[in-house]
Design a protein around this ligand. Structure first.
Ligand SMILES: [Zn+2]
Ligand SMILES: [Zn+2]
Length: 227
């Protein structure tokens, strides 16, 4: 009985904010490279091809320790029972947002998907989760968005930073840190995705993460079917 209680308590604790943060901090470059962890996956809930349950099935089959479904501007993947019950999923979402003249994607991890403040930042229509042309007109306020991510128990991570068209990446990241940014998506397959619109090197991004003591995350930005 005691053991059973312990199981339920630890399982519950595992899902709280700081624990997700600690968990994400514990992932290494190797975890991402050797396909044990993938924190950037899109599903049919935005512009991906696989359903959330299909992603979960493949993740289990391929022996992933943790995965995050991070659809554009929507938390809909998290409202299916199968996903809610899974302990290999770290709840996430990827928001379109402008920071001054720089258009960027902000990943949020370890969030409470039922948080109403955060839900207000989500797209109101399906097109707002799919089409670049609509998503670029995002009216989100970066400061308020990061605040909402924190209020919902999560951390805010700049997605694929090398794609951001900022004159000085250092100044840009410093500005985001002043708004509360927690991490950078360092481990990202730029060669496969967004190769053409890359303005900075992965090495430079990693150096900045270390310089400002930011959490380093990674993922493949999967939009196709196979994980
Ligand atoms: Zn993105
Ligand atoms: Zn993405």
């Amino acid at each position: 009985m005691l053991q059973l209680c312990y199981y339920f308590i630890t399982n519950k604790v595992k899902k709280t904010m700081s624990n997700y943060t600690e968990l994400i901090k514990s992932f290494t470059k190797k975890d991402y490279e050797e396909k044990r962890v993938n924190l950037h996956i899109h599903t049919v809930c935005s512009d991906g091809q696989a359903t959330p349950s299909e992603i979960l099935r493949q993740a289990k089959e391929k022996g992933y320790k943790y995965v995050s479904i991070s659809d554009h501007n929507t938390l809909n993947a998290y409202f299916s029972n199968e996903i809610i019950g899974s302990d290999i999923i770290i709840p996430a979402v990827e928001f379109d947002v402008w920071c001054g003249y720089v258009f960027m994607h902000l990943l949020a991890y370890g969030i409470d998907v039922n948080n109403e403040e955060l839900q207000k930042f989500c797209a109101k229509t399906k097109k707002g989760t799919e089409l670049d042309i609509i998503r670029i007109f995002s009216g989100r306020d970066i400061k308020k968005l990061i605040q909402a991510v924190h209020n919902s128990g999560g951390i805010a991570v700049l997605a694929h930073p090398a794609c951001c068209w900022a004159f000085s990446m250092d100044k840009f990241i410093k500005k985001l840190i002043s708004y509360g940014l927690d991490g950078l998506e360092v481990y990202y397959p730029y060669k496969r995705h967004r190769g053409i619109i890359k303005f900075h090197t992965v090495h430079a991004i990693e150096k900045l993460a270390d310089k400002y003591n930011l959490i380093k995350t990674g993922g493949t930005d999967l939009h196709s079917f196979e994980l």
